[in-house]
Write a protein that binds this ligand. Sequence first.
Ligand SMILES: *Cc1c(COP(=O)(O)O)cnc(C)c1O
Length: 427
Amino acid sequence: MIQNTKELLVNQYKISNKVLELYEKAIKDVEEVCNSLDEIREFNQLKVLKAFQEERISDSHFTFSTGYGYNDMGRDSLDKVYARIFNCESALVRPHFVNGTHALGTALFGNLRPGDTMLSVCGTPYDTLHEVIGIGKGNNMGSLKEYGVNHKQLELTEEGKPNYIDIKKILSEDPSIKLVHIQRSTGYGWRNALLINDIKEIIECVKALKKDIICFVDNCYGEFIDIYEPTDVGADLVVGSLIKNIGGGITPTGGYIAGTKECVERASYRLTVPGIGGECGSTFGVMRTMFQGLFLAPHITMEALKSAVFCSRIMELAGLNVLPKFDDKRSDIIQAIKFNDKEKLIEFCKGIQIGSPIDSFVACEPWDMPGYADQVIMAAGSFIQGSSIELSCDAPIREPYIAYLQGGLTFDHAKIGILIALGRILK
Ligand SMILES: *Cc1c(COP(=O)(O)O)cnc(C)c1O
């Protein structure tokens, strides 16, 4: 770090010498890991570029459709670009998905029928899916359960890997299992994200027993971390949010569903209605940011990943328990930090907020959030509301007080935000 930057941090942000010492050590330690990410980024950038060129994307795709949105060229072509990138038959990429949960719910409702069972093989699904499935603490009104769709779940092993013995057993015993739900990212848990190879093994295990079972992957936070996506290793459906990795930080809202033609089509009838599916829906001028965000995504995702690697190392040097470790192989952009202390957790989140470009003057506090069972604190000084490809940190207020840090449109900004946050808990 050059002298002037240091001076500014010390004078302006009251960063202590102790924090700066940790910084110097951490940044050296992570150098090799960060450099190793460049190859993945380059490959994915090429993959995206190639898809744009093959679909002959031009200025005329940044159309502004209204009303029914018939023949919205941009919308139809973006679906095809996504299908190429995910190496699958079909995709449904829409600003009409209000978030990742909506896209996940749409794909589940579209592909499950009364009497079917959904099997989660990575333990409890992400918090906001509980109400969708019908295992939430609320009234579960309108949930899959209310429509007669059952849910079963298997825990991961102590090593955080899928339990293949139990998966085989339950699949051979229960003929109602129609869909296997695989969650790539950690969510609000304490485990490493599933690697593409783990996802491949789950899918192979399921398909070897019953090839008609839909292998469904919640890919939130996972796009462009690897050179392969779950659809490259046999997933029938992958779903994610456009205000995470794949929106590149500039797509204003939305979600995507990609996979086999049949599964995506079924989901499309839930987004709109049977008979219409993905063929309607005006895009009111957002297509350019959807294309451009996708184009930027391989780069931005790696800025966020480097931020997570750095955060892991510096927090570990500061004596905290972190997951993953800085040199673990990663499959999402999440960095979990265990505080074992409610006040420290809150202070850390407040520090991230103070280091943000937007709303840096706002103090974030724990709050009841729609879709979450516990109170949640969210530091999100982002250009796009709730965008977690931008530097953000959130935590459910429950023991053992784990914060989940993710994002960073630029590694430089993330480093500063993390230093400010760390400074507050070392005081
Ligand atoms: C973020 C996320 C979701 C969806 O969250 P939204 O806030 O609705 O976009 C679902 N699953 C996982 C694992 C996630 O990380």
